[in-house]
Design a protein around this ligand. Structure first.
Ligand SMILES: [Zn+2]
Length: 224
């Protein structure tokens, strides 16, 4: 009896393994095929970034491992190449994000965020980025590849205490400041709400004082 078992068991095991392996392969293929059909339907068989209609395929966002409808998009070869190889990124191709960043699909918004972050020094991508809303989880996922972080020359605005200032922050003036080109003096203690940042100069922010938009030097303000 033992002899019989010893003979049959490895054979059966191989057979089962063979069946199992092929079943897994088959189900993965089916998943990818149905995902492609789903994305084709969602995108009207066009690139969800630039609306091209040729050389389309599924692009799954890093660091995801399993392609799903949520983490994948339908994209053309140009978009995929430029996304994966920063050296080939052409500024003008990505003007398409002006429209596609408003997509309701998170994968499209995430990729828009990553590409705009990569190009933000050019100015217009930063303006679009400022308008692109992602919730906390979505933003964490968008940042997962480190896009936009690699920038040593990134301009960071800091107040008089070294606290980082963001667009939309409120600050208070810590010194009386004469306003250039006018007789106005912005008084110490004046609150400036919803500041904007000068993307070229870390020392300048802008905000309204007495209804007038003025440029303010960051070392004379304190975040509130
Ligand atoms: Zn495209």
């Amino acid at each position: 009896m033992n002899k019989k078992k010893a003979f049959r068991s490895p054979t059966l095991e191989r057979l089962f393994r063979y069946i199992k392996m092929n079943t897994v392969l088959l189900s993965n293929n089916q998943t990818i095929m149905s995902l492609e059909r789903l994305l084709q339907k969602r995108s009207n068989t066009s690139c969800e970034l630039c609306t091209a209609t040729e050389n389309l395929s599924i692009y799954t966002l890093l660091p995801s491992k399993e392609p799903t409808e949520k983490n994948s998009l339908y994209a053309c070869a140009t978009c995929i190449t430029q996304t994966t190889d920063p050296e080939t990124t052409e500024e003008n191709h990505w003007r398409c994000l002006n429209d596609s960043m408003w997509s309701e699909h998170i994968a499209v918004k995430t990729l828009a965020w990553r590409m705009l972050s990569r190009l933000r020094k050019l100015g217009w991508p930063q303006d679009l980025l400022d308008m692109l809303y992602l919730d906390e989880d979505e933003l964490a996922f968008a940042q997962a590849t480190g896009e936009g972080e690699d920038d040593e020359n990134k301009i960071i605005h800091k107040d008089s205490n070294g606290v980082t200032l963001e667009a939309g922050d409120n600050v208070v003036l810590i010194k009386d400041l004469p306003v250039k080109g006018s007789s106005m003096v912005a008084k110490r203690g004046t609150a400036v709400r919803r500041i904007s940042l000068d993307h070229e100069n870390a020392e300048y922010i802008e905000g309204k004082v007495d209804g007038q938009q003025i440029v303010i030097i960051t070392k004379y303000v304190k975040k509130i």
